[in-house]
Design a protein around this ligand. Sequence first.
Ligand SMILES: [Ca+2]
Ligand SMILES: [Ca+2]
Length: 363
Amino acid sequence: MKHNRSEPVRAQCWPALLVVASLAGPAGAVVVAGNPGQNAPDQSTAPAGYEDAWARIGALGGGSGVYLGNGYVLSARHVNGGNSFTVDGYTHTRISGTSVTLSNPEGLGLSAETDLWLNRYAVPDDSPLFGLDIMELLDTALAAQGTAGVIIGEGLGQTTITPVNVGGSNTGYAWGNGEQRRWGEVFMSDNASFDVNNRDVIGVQSFSFQQVAGRGNAADGDSGGGLFFMGDDGPVLGGIIHAVTLDPNQNDNTAAFGNRTLFSDLSAYLDQINIVEGDLTGDGYVGVQDLDLVLANWGQAVQAGNWTLGDANGDGLVGEDDLNAVLAHFGEGQLPAPSVPEPASLTLMGVLGAWLGRRRGRI
Ligand SMILES: [Ca+2]
Ligand SMILES: [Ca+2]
């Protein structure tokens, strides 16, 4: 899939405001603003048109996650945990050995790992996620999105629905209790790279949290939640929530007007995420085994969304669309580790590299 990516720009001039470590604390859902003199809207049901995005958000570790399809959930690495992914009270169990921390592109001076995390979960046919197709990803840079986006996270709500003084000269909202899914409207600002626990993220920040009804900002526990935009065929996922900025005098556990939310720009990581479309076997690699699954069930009507029977797109039929899903990403992902022996010398490494090059091209 084609994508454009701007060079990362360091978050500038607000290191004192940049709070990233605090997100390991208690969970909190998106904080929503109201107009002056008015209560904040509830926004704990799906926004119109974004029902498909809403249905994919759940609780994962100390934060949130977005279901991408084929059992895969994308989240922020720093939320940790992740043995389960819970949506609408339904708990999905992680499949052993399917946890992958995504990498940054080489040559940009960034850390090897980024704060993005793919885990794969069993999705039985009584799960609310069963049969959902592959989430469409935005393939252009986030900063180019001048239009409103929607953030959705799962955690604790805000204690007040009217603004309170949360420190300094700012007003905003105090975080509260009561786990729920919530959404808020955001607008994108400049490209910015930031780091969370020393993992660099190519990303962007929102600038839009003001006293305007419906505007949202992330809170503790929203890390790993999604940033969505409206595409031609429904919502598309553009980023993941990682961190927020805080003002120096701001009280703990609050969201103040002017705070920002920091997102990864998934267009920089598309080639690592797109494997979820064609990796039917769940080994993090799209290859001949996945092709075999489609061919073995070719033309069959199967349980809709059962990727283990070759139905990658969840329409209940194994056919051309599923084949195309595999071929479009053939060779992407990381080859399963056991097939790569440890090289004993540089010479052997060169020989091995040549062999691997052929091998990658062939399967
Ligand atoms: Ca595979
Ligand atoms: Ca299909």
